[in-house]
Design a protein around this ligand. Structure first.
Ligand code: MG
Length: 350
């Protein structure tokens, strides 16, 4: 009698495209484990990410706007959910593995610092050897979670998370094989990331009064659409059609759509990510993270993990602590350590 998991694995073989990843053919986990009776490997990985502490912390990490008071701005968590939804839509249509796509999408930003990309730049300057969030994402899933036993995820999920990086120069599609995910599902998560953030960051920046829809580059708007809904629809459909035309050799986008997406991203860098109004608060992030970096290294017993200090040194322990913080935790700790508590006068001094 096959188990329920084996039946699901057999169903994958029937339903998925030959180029898709299959749970039963995973390259496996760092530490071999007994298989789950009902869940195939990638589904199990997705569940482990959702149940991780780092995933819950995304709720209080900045996407673009620092600790926004408006209820409708994205956080790192809602960004992650939008990426996951777009990625699953693409994977489903292409008959790729939806749950592998979902696991990569849900895990892709786990290593983000407090205060968004400003925080990442500050940590990169502070930490000897530098810092980037995708290496920290891997460290979280491999080492820090699950009481430092790590989540022991499959090779395919780890590869997708490690290679989702894009930044100002990175290409959402068409990277050479050394710089893109080995699986099509990982490549889908990467393209879904840029489709999500280009559109929701325009929406948030418009809400914040930093730009108007009419400021968007006209040529790009003509290709991909005027509204967020039109643009997401256009980009997703373009990826699906181009990839099918390329017979699923890799995830692709048409020349014109890719050009429009990159133009919108460049526009956002100038108008929003590096805009003086949006980044004014982030200058303070430098002071907060710099102050905490010094303080926690002076008082390691109070803040840092003793095992990490012993095996990897003080800087590694301070990096894990600072990178893991949410925006509000960092602000609260800074206040506690650096701002004197108000002195309450109980007796009149004559
Ligand atoms: Mg992202």
């Amino acid at each position: 009698m096959p188990t329920i998991r084996e039946e699901l694995e057999a169903r994958e073989r029937q339903m998925l495209a030959p180029q898709a990843s299959h749970s039963a053919e995973t390259r496996g986990r760092e530490r071999p484990e007994r298989e789950d009776p009902i869940r195939p490997a990638f589904q199990r990985d997705r569940d482990r990410i959702v149940h991780s502490k780092a995933f819950r912390r995304l709720k209080h990490k900045t996407q673009v706007f620092f600790a926004p008071t408006g209820d409708h701005y994205r956080t790192r968590l809602t960004h992650t959910l939008e990426v996951s939804q777009i990625a699953r839509t693409i994977s489903k249509v292409l008959r790729l593995h939806e749950e592998l796509t979902e696991a990569i999408a849900l895990g892709h930003d786990l290593g983000h610092t407090p205060f968004g990309h400003a925080g990442e730049r500050v940590l990169n300057d502070l930490i000897p050897g530098g810092f980037n969030h995708y290496e920290q994402s891997l460290r979280i899933i491999d080492v820090l979670e699950n009481d430092r036993r790590g989540l022991n995820l499959t090779w395919e999920v780890r590869d997708g998370i490690a290679r989702h990086s894009k930044g100002k120069q990175g290409m959402p599609v068409g990277a050479d094989s050394a710089h893109r995910a080995a699986t099509l599902e990982g490549q889908v998560a990467r393209v879904a990331d840029i489709i999500a953030y280009v559109n929701h960051d325009i929406d948030d920046a418009t809400r914040a009064g930093i730009l108007r829809e009419s400021d968007l580059p006209a040529g790009a708007v003509e290709v991909v659409g005027r509204t967020a809904s039109e643009r997401i629809g256009h980009m997703v459909t373009d990826v699906v059609i181009e990839t099918l035309e390329g017979r699923l050799a890799e995830i692709r986008m048409s020349e014109s759509t890719l050009r429009a997406v990159l133009e919108l991203r460049d526009f956002l860098f100038g108008a929003v990510y590096e805009n003086a109004v949006a980044t004014a608060e982030f200058k303070k992030a430098t002071g907060i993270l710099g102050g905490l970096w010094e303080k926690v290294r002076q008082q390691p017993d109070d803040f840092l993990d003793a095992r990490t200090i012993e095996t990897e040194g003080l800087d590694a322990a301070a990096r894990d602590f600072l990178a893991g913080m949410t925006d509000r935790f960092a602000v609260a700790l800074f206040e506690r350590l650096f701002i004197p508590a108000p002195w309450v006068e109980t007796r009149r001094a004559d």
